[in-house]
Design a protein around this ligand. Sequence first.
Ligand SMILES: [Zn+2]
Length: 289
Amino acid sequence: MPFRYIDIHSHLNFVAFDADREATVKRALDAGVAMINVGTQQDTSKKAVELAEKYEQGVYAIVGLHPVHTSKSFHDEKELGEGGKEFTSRGEAFEVSNYKTLAEHPKVVGIGECGLDYYRMEHEGWNMEQKRQEEAFRAQIELAIEVKKPLMLHLRNGSGKSAYLDAFRILESCFLNRESTVRGNLHFFAGSIEEAKPFLELGFTFSFTGVVTFAKDYEGIVQYLPLDRILSETDSPYVTPAPFRGKRNEPLYVQEVVKAIARIRGEDEELVRAQIIKNAEHLFGISLS
Ligand SMILES: [Zn+2]
């Protein structure tokens, strides 16, 4: 079945979908929406792969360690439920041996979500936390180069620091003098045009969520980027697009994101839709149409 849309970053692997995971996948597939479920630590990465295995086409996985899970504390009930608190409270160091087999799985189309998240970081202990995030990030870049799959980047500014510029410096040093053609996507891009430029030069793509349907902040960057560098995502179960705000988000709603991107750019919706499918096929090496 040819797919008309793709949600390149969703989390149906999270506890928020325990009650109706397969029905949610079905609603998307029936509407011609393919999806990539993204892991955030070992458990959710494994679940993303298991889910992808159940479907012949249209459901893929990305595996990796989210920067907020490299240190103590961050625990989201929509993600892990009541369980797993002991695990997230001590943080996970990225052990490549725990991810290598998953990363090589044929349904796995990338490594992540990985990167730097300065948003929740406090000044106290900043250096140590930043160092843990950077170490995990570097290890995942190495894994991506090794398995030749693209990176799904999670970058968030905070404490007056640009996670984007730091990530670029790290990527550059990892790619320097290497033959690798591995690239990646900046998920939920919320940086400035200046922060986007070095990644554009590096050949990376940028994905946008449902916030583009109701917030004006993204209009400048959505208009600035070349269409062949733009991708669509929902980040389900979070950031539900208009007109479904207030409900739990799901991949089906990525259609609203694509519509909003076309409207903001003043381009034909069908043209934008078709190009986004091509962009995803190109980045992830999959066949959708
Ligand atoms: Zn995510």
